[in-house]
Unconditional design. Structure first.
Length: 343
């Protein structure tokens, strides 16, 4: 197992494997008439993080799934990252996870069952951290390693966070630094120093549990998590659904250590380029550096939190109690020509 490098067995890495937003829109088009389900509070209309189904007692069940190919070489760590990433969708909706089942594909002719077991163990460890069982799953023989979870959660309807709920005159906060796509691409290109990938791994294996706390605050109007479409992609989805625009203060966006160093070495994920091609026309003009960082395909990224300016004291108190140190990275404004302006 010590000689196995999982990233050598896949063509993509983590959420960078996602189909581009533009192509995904084309795939999801349908000519079929849709049935209205009154209990379905959140479906796929606004590209939310999870579906929400009203149980009729003031709560909704949340359902989501996320899976991808290896983003790191170590099997246990890969499993842990993939599970943490899937669980994030529940937290981003303001909910709490209840249980998960695994989605597992394995090239049985190339990699041993022992390595496969380590991936599952990593996923189980993340679920334990979240306080839920990994209750089953499904596996197939596949050409490349694949792992992820389908997660069921619950949320109070009053705390349900939707992409369409953002408002003007909010400050925008990000709970984790970005640059994961650049650092993991540097690893795949064998350019990275071990200490730098360790920082990325720590970020990717940190659960976004704080989401449930933020969702209970009156000052927090909505949230989403930052994954494969990059910061600008997921921010654009919220702005589009809420019919507003946003300003991003580039110098305030937190970056993982040495991101700029590896960006300058050309460690740019293919997914990041596809991201810009999909939604670049919705963003104001940017410098190359800004584009490559703000469109960087994240895996198990942080929460993007929209907070009313007249409720900041409550929000900052919750941040302090959680032992976090957050600074606003932008603000929401009335709808303009571009969904997002990078300043």
């Amino acid at each position: 197992m010590q000689n196995i490098k999982l990233t050598e067995y896949s063509h993509g890495a983590g959420c960078g494997c996602k189909i581009s937003p533009m192509l995904l829109d084309e795939i999801l088009k349908s000519n079929l008439s849709s049935t209205f389900y009154p209990e379905l509070l959140v479906g796929n209309e606004h590209k939310d993080d999870a579906a929400a189904y009203n149980l009729g007692n003031g709560t909704s069940v949340l359902s989501t799934t996320d899976f991808f190919m290896p983003i790191v070489d170590d099997a246990f760590t890969f499993g842990r990252i993939a599970a943490t990433n899937a669980l994030s969708d529940i937290y981003a909706m303001g909910g709490k996870p209840l249980m998960a089942i695994s989605i597992f594909g394995w090239p049985i002719d190339k990699l041993s069952a022992d390595v496969a077991r380590q991936v599952i163990e990593g996923g189980r460890a993340a679920c334990e951290d979240a306080g839920i069982p990994l209750a089953g799953g499904h596996s197939i023989d596949s050409p490349e390693p694949i792992f992820g979870l389908a997660v069921t959660g619950i949320v109070d309807n009053a705390n349900l966070m939707k992409n369409s709920m953002a408002q003007e005159d909010c400050l925008i906060f990000l709970t984790k630094p970005i640059g994961i796509g650049i650092l993991t691409t540097a690893q795949k290109q064998k350019k990275i120093e071990e200490v730098d990938i360790d920082v990325a791994i720590e970020a990717m294996t940190t659960l976004n549990k704080i989401g449930a706390t933020f969702a209970s605050l009156k000052s927090v109007v909505t949230m989403t998590d930052i994954t494969g479409f990059g910061l600008l992609g997921h921010l654009s989805e919220v702005c589009e659904a809420s019919e507003i625009s946003a300003n991003v203060w580039f110098e305030k966006v937190p970056l993982l250590k040495n991101v700029e160093k590896y960006r300058a070495l050309g460690c740019i994920p293919g997914g990041s380029r596809k991201n810009f091609m999909s939604y670049g026309h919705k963003i104001s003009q940017m410098r190359e550096q800004q584009r490559e960082i703000l469109c960087d395909a994240q895996t198990s990224g942080g929460l993007l939190v929209f907070v009313k300016k007249d409720g900041l004291e409550e929000f900052y108190e919750a941040v302090r109690q959680a032992g976090m140190n957050l600074e606003a990275i932008g603000e929401t404004v009335a709808r303009k020509k571009h969904l997002v302006e990078v300043l």
